[in-house]
Design a binder for this molecule. Sequence first.
Ligand SMILES: [Mg+2]
Length: 125
Amino acid sequence: MRVALDFDGTITEHPEFFRVLSVALRASGSEVIVLTYRHPALRPVMVEQLAAWGIEYNRFQFARNQEDKAFWCETLSVDVFFEDTDACLMPVTSRTLVMKVRNAKNFDFTNRQWMATASSVKSDT
Ligand SMILES: [Mg+2]
């Protein structure tokens, strides 16, 4: 199984969970990809942070924009994609299971409602 993990708002929100998940996945022969929209020049900072959290991975993949993550999910045959941003998830094809991570930028914890843009929600009213 090939699993892609977004960095900002996903791994950074739950580093302990993603440590356990990444270690277990790699121990079982699965591949872990850190799929990020960060600039590649920030890779050394990310490598250091991931090491500090104990997160294991096989490769980095830098996306050129939010929608580009879907291209990489398809190109790399990603089976599961953990991500927090709708704009990154919406273009992903149905072959990839998407796991949306809640955080303060995409979920109103006071009112317990998802925050969305008009383009990310289809209204039935
Ligand atoms: Mg993110």
